[in-house]
Write a protein that binds this ligand. Sequence first.
Ligand code: V07
Length: 256
Amino acid sequence: MIKRIQAWFKQKGTDHAPLELSSDNIPKHVAIIMDGNGRWAKKRGLPRIAGHHSGMKAVKRVTIAANDLGVKVLTMYAFSTENWKRPKEEVDFLMKLPQQFLAIELDELIANNVQVRMMGLRDDLPSHTIQALEEAIDKTKHNTGLILNFALNYGGQREIVESVRSIAQHVQAGKLKIEDIEEAVVQEHLMSSELPNPDLLIRTSGELRLSNFMLWQIAYSELWFTDVYWPEFNERHLKEAVAEYQRRSRRYGGLQ
Ligand code: V07
C-alpha cells in the first residue's frame, strides 16, 4: 500500500513540490553516515575511487545546504577506524581527499563563515592529511557560522574507551572521585565534548546500521535512512530529512 502511495506521489510530481520547513525547529546538529560511494560507482561501471571523488562533491553541496538551512553543526563520517582494512590503494586515495577538498573549497568555506573541525584519532593519519586539516582548522577557528566536523579515523566504541581512560587518569591523579563519575562526566571526555549531541542522524544508501558512529551521542537522536547513494544526495534530500524531523517533533511535542 505504502509503495503504491509513493508511486502515486512520484507520478503526480509531488516529490518535487517545495517542502515546508519551519525555521524555528531546525535540528542544531545533523550527523551523516555518507554510505554508497562504491555502490554508486559500480552501478556506473566506474572504479570505487570515482565514487569517493563524487562523494566529496556531495560534501560541499550538503555543507552549503545545511548552512543555508541554519544548521549549526554538521558532522560527516569520512573515514572509520575500520576503513583501514580496505585495499591500500583505496586508503591512500581516501587520505588525499581532505587535502584535495580543502585546496578547492577552503576559501569558500571561509567566505561562508564555516568553522572546520575534526574528531578521531590523529596519530595514525598520514602527516600530509593532518597538515591540511590543521591548516583548515586553524584558519577557520574564529568563524562563527556552521561547524563542519569531520569524523576521520573515528570509531564510537574507541571514543568511549578513550573517554574511560581519560576519566581513569583523572581518578588516579586524585582530581575526580569514582562516585562522581556520571553520564555528564563521560560526555565531557568524548571527542565531541564541545558540541551538542546530534538531533538528527542521516544514513544514505539503504543500510540500517549505525556502524560504530557516535554511539554515545545519538542516544536520543532521530534516525533517518534513505536509499539514495551518497554521491546523489542533495539539498532536496537534506530538506526531506529535516521535514521528517519536524513532523516527528510535532507529534511528540505535547508530550515533552
Ligand atoms: C571523503 C568523500 C565523501 C564520502 C565518504 C568517503 C570519501 C571530504 C573529506 C574531508 C575530510 C576532512 C576535511 C575536508 C574534507 C573526506 C575522506 C573521505 C577521508 F578537512 N570527503 N572525504 N575525507 N570522502
